[in-house]
Write a protein that binds this ligand. Structure first.
Ligand SMILES: [Mg+2]
Length: 210
């Protein structure tokens, strides 16, 4: 296998982007279309797990797949424009590139929907892998040369551990710093503003980037 330039991996929702306004709008549109109530505020307070898991709280089991399809049809129209970058996200990606590292986004969101967010916000990823969660993210992390994985959810720390790379927790989502430490984070940041300095510190002595 050819060696790839080392990368910093990022989760998407609540790590690089604050998608709560967009996802809230998409859930409300889903309720409007299906007549099935989804508490959109509650749903956006616990982003991270797969869409199916959330919809399983609201729809009868035999209707979940159809609800997934409908939600994904509504998503581009409702969820993209209201979504904004998390504080420090733009600067963090720039810092990764300045260090000669690649940016890899690995998310539970469907790849094509994740791509719409990145494109709309002008966030550039060298690689994007979607529809992956927790341990399921590990193969993509290894495959794309991810040396550190940054995420807001305990499941992201599980992904990093499974891939045997340090997990960097950011406490900008539903999980507290204590949750992230307990899930095996090697560092925990309040937000991405602290990432460039942390990377400069931990990347020193970890060998050449390639
Ligand atoms: Mg997340």
């Amino acid at each position: 296998m050819p060696s790839v330039t080392a990368a910093v991996g990022f989760d998407l929702d609540m790590t690089l982007i604050d998608s709560r306004p967009g996802i809230r709008a998409a859930y409300r549109a889903l309720t409007e279309q299906t007549g099935v109530y989804v508490d959109a505020d509650l749903a956006v307070s616990r982003l991270g797990p797969p869409l199916r898991t959330e919809l399983g709280h609201w729809f009868p089991p035999e209707q979940v797949e159809e609800a997934v399809t409908t939600y994904r049809e509504l998503y581009p129209e409702y969820a993209i424009t209201p979504t904004v970058p998390m504080p420090g996200a733009v600067e963090a990606l720039a810092a990764v590139r300045d260090m000669g590292l690649r940016v890899v986004v690995v998310t539970s969101k469907l790849g094509r929907l994740a791509h719409l967010h990145l494109e709309h916000l002008g966030l550039v990823a060298d690689e994007l892998a979607g529809d992956l969660f927790a341990e399921g993210k590990a193969t993509a992390l290894v495959e794309h040369g991810v040396r550190w994985y940054v995420g807001d959810h305990v499941a992201d720390m599980v992904a990093a551990r499974t891939a045997r790379v340090p997990g960097i927790g950011v406490a900008t989502g539903p999980c507290s710093p204590d949750d992230l430490w307990a899930a095996g984070a090697s560092s925990v940041l309040k937000d991405l503003d602290g990432l460039p300095a942390l990377l400069r510190e931990i990347a020193v002595g970890s060998g050449p980037a390639a």
